[in-house]
Ligand binder design. Structure first.
Ligand SMILES: NC(=O)c1ccc[n+]([C@@H]2O[C@H](COP(=O)([O-])OP(=O)(O)OC[C@H]3O[C@@H](n4cnc5c(N)ncnc54)[C@H](OP(=O)(O)O)[C@@H]3O)[C@@H](O)[C@H]2O)c1
Length: 265
């Protein structure tokens, strides 16, 4: 894999900072612990002026080369990619396909060949074409939605090979994520968007927040990494590590602080 150099510039564990990370060290930094516990990591890229949308309204407009690599690494390390329906619709999400280096990495870590794509939706207004990857082989696609939908609404998704789970009158995100973990997918990666991110944060379900700062300013009315009503109070996080990409991108990784829990080493 070729990528811009990435340098560790902050690390709470005291490992040497200021050195270029080789591929193995980068994997070690982002790898989920192997304890089988459900972990939800969210990953966003933002412009310097706080927008998660480029001037075209999509996130690709602010993505840098090093972000594309780290984005792909996140996917390579996850059991399931969880995404809100609006992002799935606007970004044209499909079953997750992978490059050879991602597949080799997954094989070396004993992970399934591909992560699943899990789309969260109340409307179930989704394109059945998302069942197939853009290229080659891909992972399964699962839709989590609310109950009471007509067969005519869900039939086309199911016919395309998508597993549709009607989770109840309201979607209990915690219970849904527990079921994913219980079925062998504890390493969960949420790629947004802001509406789903807020719901997950409000429910106390986010363990790690990866926020990338792209060295661009876009102006406009772009969304932040959360949208919707304010939370009941500010949620505390602490910085686990930060990386500097040779293309000027800043990568941060934060861990949720739960009341009474010890801080990071
Ligand atoms: N820069 C980045 O890193 C990044 C990452 C992701 C997205 N984005 C951008 O963010 C924008 C989309 O933002 P968004 O906030 O509209 O999208 P979103 O969070 O992806 O989608 C919101 C939708 O997800 C479903 N949903 C969310 N929480 C739910 C819950 N608790 N129960 C049931 N359904 C739930 C609903 O789908 P239904 O409408 O189908 O009911 C809701 O309308 C796009 O422009 C995208 O490009 C940027």
């Amino acid at each position: 894999m070729t990528r811009p150099a990435l340098q560790l510039i902050f690390d709470r564990t005291g490992r040497a900072a200021g050195v270029d990370l080789d591929d193995a060290a980068l994997v070690e930094l982002y790898r989920y612990p192997d304890d089988g516990r459900r972990r939800l990591r969210t990953n966003f890229i933002s412009s310097l002026d706080g927008s998660v949308q480029g001037t075209d309204g999509r996130s690709g407009g602010i993505a840098t080369a090093s972000d594309q690599h780290v984005f792909a690494l996140h996917r390579a390390l996850a059991d399931a990619v969880v995404v809100g329906a609006s992002t799935a619709r606007s970004e044209g999400y499909r079953a997750v396909d992978l490059q050879p280096w991602q597949r080799e990495l997954r094989a070396s870590l004993g992970l399934a060949p591909f992560p699943a794509l899990v789309v969260v939706t109340a409307s179930a207004r989704l394109d059945p074409a998302m069942a197939t990857p853009a290229e080659g082989d891909g992972g399964p696609v699962l839709v989590l939605t609310t109950s009471g939908k007509a067969d005519a609404d869900l039939g086309p998704l199911r016919d395309a090979g998508i597993e549709v789970r009607e989770e109840g009158e309201e979607l209990d995100l915690g219970a849904a994520l527990d079921r994913l973990a219980g079925a062998g997918w504890p390493r969960l990666l949420c790629e947004g968007g802001p509406g789903l991110h807020r719901a997950l944060l409000a429910a106390g379900l986010v363990d790690e927040l990866s926020l990338t700062l792209a060295p661009v300013v876009v102006g406009g009315q772009g969304l932040r990494s959360t949208s919707g009503a304010a939370l009941d109070g500010a949620l505390p996080f602490e910085l686990a590590f930060a990386l500097h990409g040779a293309d000027g991108t800043l990568f941060t990784s934060y861990r949720a602080r739960t009341a009474g829990a010890p801080s990071l080493p």
